[in-house]
Design a protein around this ligand. Structure first.
Ligand SMILES: [Zn+2]
Length: 671
C-alpha cells in the first residue's frame, strides 16, 4: 500500500541534498555529445558511488553516420570561446559565450581564427524568404526574431549569409510574454543532420534585441539622409568551436532486486548551463531517490525488492534511443518506467503546477493511475483548522499523455515500458538563461522525490496481494473521469437543439465505451507483474469491470432521460469510409524521429512530408498516437477512430497520407 511506504521514504529523502546536486549539475554546460555533458555524467556517477549505489557510464558513438532506431545522431561539439561585438565609435560586446552559454546558438561552427567583420541586416520577417526577393545577403549577419532554423534554410543555404543573430523569444500565453523576461536569452541550437550548410549564430535577450533593432533602423535612416553613410551596422563575430565524431553517455545506476526484472527511472542530464529546473532537477531527484531507497533497503527499513530499480541519466531522447536499441533483449524485463523532467520549480516564480502525465492510451497500463494515487497521498500536507482533512500546499494537476520527453519513447507499445512523467508545466523560464538555481525549491524536489521513490518501490515489490488496492485505485480514477465528462457534456447539451443533443450523446456513449474497455485492459496489465496468478487477476478485474460497466450504463441512462433523448445515431466518430482500409504494419521500434531521417529521402518524399505537416499543423501533436495504435492488426480507420477518441482530433485525411509516406520510406508495410 502507498502510505506506509511513503512515510518511510518521507523520513529519509532530503530535498536539501537534492538541491545541492541541482547546484552542482547546473554549473556544467551539458550539450548532448560534448565534453561539458561528459563532465556532468562523471559527477553523477561519483555521487551514486559515494551513496553506495553501483553506477556505470555507458558510451555510444555520436556522428552523422550513426542512428539508434530511427533517431539519427550528430557530431560531438565543443566551444571554447565566442563573442559578438557591435562595431562603431564605441564598440559594444553583446554576446560572450564564456559568460553566458546561451548567448551562442549551440553547435555553431567556428569563424576564421581572427573572427569575421560583417554587416548586420535586420530581417523583420525572417521566416519568409519571399519578403526579400532582391536583398543581397552575401557575407552578412542576418538579424531576426523569426525561427533561426527557417532563416538559416534560406538566408544561409541559398543567399550566402554567414551567420545569424536571433532575438527570438518563444512566448506562451498567460505565463510568458517577452516583456515578462526582458533579460532572458532563449536556448537555441542547430541540430545538424549534415545535409545542410552549417553556420554560426548568436542569441540575444528581448532587451538586447530591441536595442539592436533600434540602432539598425537608425543607421538605415542615416544612410537614407546621406548615402555616404553605410546602410548597415557592422559587427565582429568570433567563434572558436569544433564539430567532430564523438560520443554520448548514459549514466546507469542500479539497485538490485531478487529477479532480473527492473523498474526504470529516467531523467535527462543534457541542456545548456544552467538549465536548473530543466533538468538538473530531475537528475538530482533521481540520484537522491537512489540513495534513499538504497539506505532504506540496506538498513532493513524496507525489504529487498523483488525487482531491481534502474536509474538512467541520459541526453534527452537520443540516450534513451541508444540504450533501448542496444539492449533489445532486455526490454521485456523492464516492467515500467517513470520520467522526471523539470521537477524542482519554485511555483510562485515559475507558475506551473506539478503534473502527473499519463502514458499514451495505447500503452494500456495501470501505472498512470498508480502515479496519480501516489500524488494524492503526497498532497496530504496541511490540515484544516479542526484537523479533519488534509490538503496540498502546492499546485498540481493530472494530464493525459502529451509527450515531448523520454517517456514518449519508453511508452511506445513497440517498446512496451509504460511510463508516466512528472513535470512542472508551464514554466515561465523554460528553455532560457533565466532557468537558474534561484527558481528551484528544495521542498518541491522533496515532494517529487518522495513520489518517485514510492512509485518505484511499489512497482519493484508489486505482488498478487497488491491487486486488492490497485484495482480500486484504477476504478476510482475511471469513475471520476467519466463523471467529469458527463457533467461537461450536460452543460454543452443543454444549449443544443434535439438533433445535436442526440449527436453529442452518441459521441459520449462511444467515448465511454472506449474508456471502459480501456480501463479493463489497463487493469489486466497487472498480469505482467503476477503471471502465475492470471486466473485470480482475471476474476478480480471482471468484478471491477462489471461495476464500471453498470455504473457507466446507469449514468448514461440518467443523462439520456434528463436530456429527453429517444434516438441516437451510432458510431459518430467512425471516420468516413476509406477508399481502401488497409492494415499498416510498423517495421521500426520506438517513435519515428523525422529529423535526419527525412533528409535522407528523395526530394519528392521530403516535400510530401513537409507539406503534410504544414497542411495539418494540429496533427503535429498526435502523429505519435497514430503510430502507438498501429499494432499490425488494426486498420487505418480503426487506428484513426482510436486516435480521435484519445485526442479529440479528427485525423483521417492526415493519417492516409502519413502512412503512405512512411510506406514509401520503407517504415511500414501493408497487410
Ligand atoms: Zn528541455
Amino acid at each position: 500500500m502507498i502510505r506506509p511506504i511513503l512515510s518511510k521514504i518521507q523520513r529519509e529523502f532530503s530535498g536539501q541534498r537534492s538541491f545541492h546536486h541541482v547546484a552542482e549539475i547546473s554549473q556544467h554546460h551539458r550539450i548532448q555529445s560534448s565534453p561539458g555533458y561528459r563532465d556532468a555524467a562523471q559527477y553523477c556517477q561519483k555521487i551514486f558511488h559515494s551513496d553506495g549505489v553501483k553506477a556505470e557510464i555507458l558510451s555510444y558513438p555520436a556522428n552523422y553516420q550513426t542512428s539508434y532506431w530511427t533517431n539519427a545522431m550528430w557530431d560531438e561539439w565543443f566551444c571554447k570561446e565566442a563573442t559578438l561585438d557591435i562595431l562603431g565609435d564605441q564598440p559594444i560586446r553583446l554576446c560572450d559565450f564564456q559568460a553566458e552559454k546561451m548567448s551562442l546558438i549551440q553547435r555553431s561552427i567556428a569563424t576564421p581564427k581572427e573572427g569575421v567583420v560583417a554587416p548586420i541586416i535586420w530581417l523583420e520577417h525572417g521566416d519568409d524568404e519571399t519578403a526579400y526577393p532582391d536583398l543581397d545577403l552575401h557575407g552578412a549577419l542576418v538579424f531576426t526574431d523569426g525561427d533561426w532554423n527557417k532563416v538559416r534554410s534560406w538566408a544561409v543555404e541559398k543567399r550566402g549569409a554567414i551567420g545569424i543573430i536571433s532575438e527570438r523569444m518563444v512566448e506562451f500565453p498567460i505565463v510568458r510574454h517577452r516583456f515578462d523576461i526582458p533579460d532572458a536569452i532563449l536556448y537555441t541550437s542547430f541540430w545538424w543532420t549534415n545535409y545542410e550548410k552549417k553556420c554560426f549564430g548568436f542569441a540575444l535577450s528581448p532587451k538586447q534585441g530591441d536595442w539592436l533593432k533600434k540602432n539598425c533602423m537608425k543607421q538605415m535612416a542615416l544612410h537614407h539622409k546621406d548615402s555616404k553613410q553605410p546602410a548597415y551596422l557592422s559587427a565582429k563575430a568570433f567563434v572558436d568551436s569544433q564539430l567532430y565524431p564523438g560520443s554520448i553517455e548514459n549514466v546507469s545506476a542500479y539497485i538490485p532486486g531478487n529477479t532480473k526484472e527492473e523498474i526504470l527511472i529516467t531523467a535527462h542530464l543534457c541542456h545548456p548551463q544552467a538549465s536548473a529546473n530543466d533538468n538538473a532537477s530531475g537528475v538530482a531527484v533521481a540520484m537522491e531517490t537512489a540513495r534513499t531507497l538504497k539506505k532504506l533497503i540496506e538498513t532493513g527499513a524496507l525489504p529487498k525488492p523483488k525487482r531491481g530499480i534502474r536509474f538512467l541519466l541520459i541526453p534527452e531522447m537520443t540516450g534513451t534511443y541508444a540504450y533501448l536499441s542496444q539492449n533489445e533483449a532486455k526490454i521485456p524485463k523492464i516492467m515500467a518506467g517513470l520520467n522526471l523532467d523539470m521537477v524542482g520549480e519554485k511555483q510562485e516564480l515559475c507558475q506551473g503546477p506539478l503534473v502527473v502525465e499519463y502514458p499514451p492510451q495505447a500503452t494500456q497500463s495501470f501505472v498512470g493511475d498508480l502515479m496519480a494515487g501516489v500524488l494524492e497521498a503526497v498532497t496530504e500536507e496541511a490540515k484544516n483548522l479542526a484537523g479533519t482533512t488534509s490538503y496540498a500546499l502546492f499546485k498540481y494537476a493530472i494530464s493525459p499523455f502529451s509527450g515531448g520527453s523520454d517517456h514518449y519513447i519508453l511508452s511506445d507499445p513497440t517498446v512496451g515500458i509504460p511510463s508516466p512523467m512528472l513535470i512542472q508545466w508551464p514554466d515561465k523560464f523554460y528553455h532560457t538563461s533565466a532557468d537558474t538555481l534561484d527558481k528551484v525549491d528544495p521542498q518541491m524536489l522533496y515532494r517529487v522525490g518522495c513520489m518517485s521513490a514510492t512509485y518505484a518501490y511499489l512497482l519493484a515489490n508489486l505482488e498478487v496481494k497488491d491487486i486488492d488496492w490497485i484495482l480500486p485505485l484504477a476504478r476510482a480514477s475511471y469513475l471520476s473521469h467519466i463523471n467529469n465528462l458527463l457533467k461537461k457534456d450536460m452543460e454543452i447539451s443543454l444549449q443544443q437543439n434535439i438533433l445535436d443533443k442526440e449527436k453529442t450523446f452518441a459521441q459520449t456513449r462511444e467515448l465511454l465505451d472506449h474508456l471502459c474497455a480501456l480501463k479493463e485492459a489497463e487493469m489486466m496489465d497487472l498480469q505482467r507483474f503476477v503471471p502465475k496468478n492470471k486466473q485470480q487477476l482475471r476474476r478480480a478485474v471482471n468484478r471491477q469491470s462489471k461495476i464500471l460497466r453498470s455504473f457507466t450504463d446507469s449514468l448514461l441512462k440518467e443523462q439520456k432521460t434528463a436530456l429527453g433523448i429517444s434516438d441516437e445515431p451510432d458510431n459518430t466518430t467512425l471516420p468516413p469510409a476509406l477508399s481502401s482500409d488497409r492494415i499498416p504494419v510498423r517495421l521500426f521500434r520506438g517513435p519515428f524521429n523525422a529529423r535526419g531521417s527525412v533528409e535522407k529521402q528523395p526530394k519528392v518524399i521530403q516535400t510530401q512530408y513537409q507539406t503534410l505537416f504544414r497542411d495539418f499543423p494540429s496533427l503535429r501533436s498526435c502523429n505519435n498516437q497514430l503510430l502507438y495504435w498501429t499494432d499490425g492488426k488494426r486498420s487505418v480507420s480503426e487506428i484513426c477512430r482510436l486516435t480521435t477518441l484519445e485526442t479529440g482530433i479528427p485525423c483521417v485525411m492526415f493519417a492516409e497520407s502519413y502512412f503512405q509516406i512512411l510506406h514509401e520510406m520503407h517504415l511500414i508495410s501493408w497487410k
